[in-house]
Design a protein around this ligand. Structure first.
Ligand code: ATP
Ligand code: MG
Length: 324
């Protein structure tokens, strides 16, 4: 699968830990470049292995500047190891927890990048199904990319694609029984999850339980540290959804930006716009991607200064690891 286990040199650096496995930073001995690898335990059942093999085949085919590059995988001792592009600043969750509420330009770049990724996936009949700040990675150069296509499925391969999977916090109303249309508009669930994610990044807190964001920010200013999201059961999540729809604070976000995010949080999946529709929204007119990347670079460097210094030191010591 593109890479052999022997080619990987462990550096003993753990980048994070998800619900299924650990992610670490390693060097590919063949190219001398940095990679991130994710170890997952394999279920002994052969059907699961076939499932993974199919998954890998399509991950290999997903090539987009807005999707974390999948580089290969290998199986050792009942574990599967995925190799992917190393994203120097980690996830947007890491960034907002450290740096607090993000501004409109950062939100614009995240929206544009994730929508381009979803648009690309949708053209191949793929849903992501796990859009959340943890699965959007970013580099100190300001690049933002979607990762973890792991639980996404090929709609044509699988029935029940619209069933609720993934972290409950980002599950759309229709997928949890608070509305109809899940089966007819499966892709709409990714857009809901993006809407919640954008509000979370913009206010520095998972937006439920609802708060009066305007009042909170008038009193204290925008959060300078993020608050980690609660973990919810299905009933808690339903109660939250029924309590209303989150929105962006009016003082820091333009009417076009607020309208754009509200469209993603439209309850009726049939009326929720597609990635293509949203990419044509006036909020994203005339955007200058390089300038948004430069802005995001400053945002992440300010949020995670120690990690950035570490990167600069490592770059000085091992320039080849970072050669383009
Ligand atoms: P889930 O298991 O539901 O996907 P998660 O996204 O938190 O949850 P992982 O995908 O295992 O879990 O990732 C854990 C953390 O590791 C991420 O939040 C991120 O900080 C870091 N990470 C993951 N992939 C990379 C990568 N390619 N480059 C740099 N850091 C990464
Ligand atoms: Mg993940």
């Amino acid at each position: 699968w593109g890479i052999a286990g022997d080619d990987i040199e462990e550096l003993g650096v753990k980048l994070g830990e998800g619900s299924f496995g650990v992610v670490s930073k390693v060097v590919d001995r063949v190219t001398n470049r940095l990679l991130a690898i994710k170890h997952l335990p394999l279920k002994p059942d052969p059907e699961f292995r076939t499932g993974i093999a199919r998954e890998l085949r399509f991950m290999f085919r997903c090539q987009s500047p807005f999707i974390v590059k999948f580089l290969g995988a290998y199986f050792v001792d009942g574990m599967v190891t995925f190799c992917m592009e190393y994203m120097t600043a980690g996830s947007l969750r890491d960034v907002y927890l450290a740096g607090g509420a993000m501004d409109q330009k950062a939100i614009k770049l995240v929206a544009k990048s994730v929508l381009e990724a979803l648009h690309y996936l949708q053209s191949r009949d793929i849903m992501h199904r796990d859009i959340k700040p943890d699965n959007i990675l970013c580099g100190f150069n300001g690049e933002v990319k979607v990762s973890d296509l792991g639980i996404s499925v090929h709609l044509s391969d699988e029935t029940g694609a619209a069933a609720a999977v993934g972290t409950l916090n980002y599950v759309a109303p229709e997928s949890i029984g608070a509305g109809d249309g899940a089966a007819d508009h499966p892709h709409a669930a990714d857009i809901w999850a993006l809407g919640i994610t954008l509000v979370e990044l913009a206010v520095g807190r998972y937006p439920y339980p609802l708060e009066d964001v305007d009042e909170v920010e008038t009193r204290n200013g925008p959060r300078t540290r993020g608050i980690p999201p609660p973990s919810l059961d299905a009933f808690g999540h339903l109660d939250y959804l029924e309590s209303g729809t989150p929105r962006l604070p009016a003082a820091r976000f333009s009417p076009a930006c607020r309208a754009f995010v509200s469209l993603m949080l439209e309850r009726d999946p049939q009326r929720r716009p597609t990635p293509g529709d949203l990419l044509r929204h006036e909020f994203l007119y005339d955007l200058d991607l390089p300038s948004l990347h430069r802005h995001m670079a400053k945002v992440v460097q300010r949020a995670c200064p120690a990690k950035f210094d570490e990167l600069l030191a490592d770059k000085a010591e091992h320039p080849r690891r970072y050669a383009p």
